[in-house]
Design a protein around this ligand. Structure first.
Ligand code: GLN
Length: 311
């Protein structure tokens, strides 16, 4: 049987097959050969591979958290009036379907859906909306989080595509704030700073359905919303490679263009760890779809070796 270390070392060599994202200028500075993994079980038991001190921004991984905050605040029925739960098979920032017969964004894991969700977050001001998500995250991570202003401003000043999406959403009645507010909230949330261990802890939240004695009240979610979030991760979490990921890896997961991935393990045994687990991965070298090449490689091998397929 291959050890975690074997799988990790093999995945490290794959980093050269991708490229660091450059369309957000501040992300281009990441090291393309970095790869780190954290696997976290209950009681803070954790296995780390690679340098787990590196920090990164959540990027699209935050979409699953913002969705939960908005859905818990309103209700699933209300959220469904603004955003659907259907996969698209299109790239994460695609605008094309917003012009089709069904103008409603397809799901909260693509940019269109996430910008709509940003406008639906609790609170009147931009600050309160951002805070509703950071507070939820802080309750899961049990530490304060902050926004990387350099990454935020770098993306804000080059966000023409997302701005275009937001204007179409607004024109079609799928934005409940003005365009600039929704865009700024969305981009600030993408710029929240975490470590790979934090990613694993976020994934563990889903693996335990939010049941972990140390979570405070602020991390509360209805089970329905957690289940929908996991279904969304499984069907739409890895952009337009979600089908392949579900078929050949078989776990709810969400990626971000910073090279982040969270993956949810229901109930398993991985070396010294047992039970529900969260996996966090950080490998800034990404493929053409936007997923970490080392991360995908690692999870594919890990799932086979440790029988993690959840379906
Ligand atoms: N902030 C990024 C964007 O909107 C997030 C996208 C991603 O991680 N796929 O383009």
């Amino acid at each position: 049987m291959k050890t975690l270390q074997d799988i990790y070392e093999q995945s490290l060599t794959v980093t050269k097959e991708g490229k660091v994202a450059t369309y957000i200028p501040a992300l281009a500075a990441a090291s393309s050969d970095h790869f780190s993994v954290s696997i976290c079980a209950k009681n803070n038991k954790e296995i780390q591979l690679g340098d787990c001190h590196a920090t990164l921004t959540l990027q699209s991984v935050v979409k699953v958290i913002s969705f939960m905050v908005a859905a818990n605040h309103h209700s699933m029925d209300e959220i469904m009036k603004y955003v659907d739960v259907e996969p698209t098979g299109d790239s994460f920032n695609s605008i094309v379907r917003l012009e089709s017969d069904k103008k409603k964004p397809f799901n909260p894991m693509i940019n269109a859906g996430a910008i709509t969700i940003a406008s639906l977050l609790p609170g009147e001001s931009l600050h309160d909306k951002v805070k509703s998500v950071t507070e939820f995250l802080e309750a899961i991570l049990q530490k304060q989080v902050h926004i990387n202003n350099e990454v935020y401003l770098s993306e804000y000043h080059s966000a023409d595509y997302n701005r275009a999406i937001a204007y179409i959403l607004k024109a079609n009645g799928f934005l409940s704030s003005d365009v600039e507010d929704a865009l700024q909230v969305y981009l600030q949330l993408c710029s929240i700073v975490v470590t790979v261990s934090d990613l694993a802890k976020i994934a563990l939240y889903f693996a335990t359905d939010g049941n972990n004695e140390y979570y405070s009240e602020k991390a509360k979610s209805s089970l329905e919303v957690i289940q929908v979030a996991k279904a969304l991760m499984l069907t739409c979490g890895m952009y337009n490679a979600s089908g392949k990921f579900a078929a050949f890896v078989g776990m709810p997961a969400k990626s971000g263009v910073s090279g982040a991935i969270i993956a949810v393990v229901k109930n398993s045994k991985i070396e010294g760890l047992q039970g529900p687990m969260g996996i966090g991965l950080y490998g800034p070298s990404i493929d053409s779809v936007g997923n970490s090449v080392a991360g995908i490689h690692f999870l594919t091998k890990l799932s086979k070796e440790y029988d993690l397929f959840c379906l």
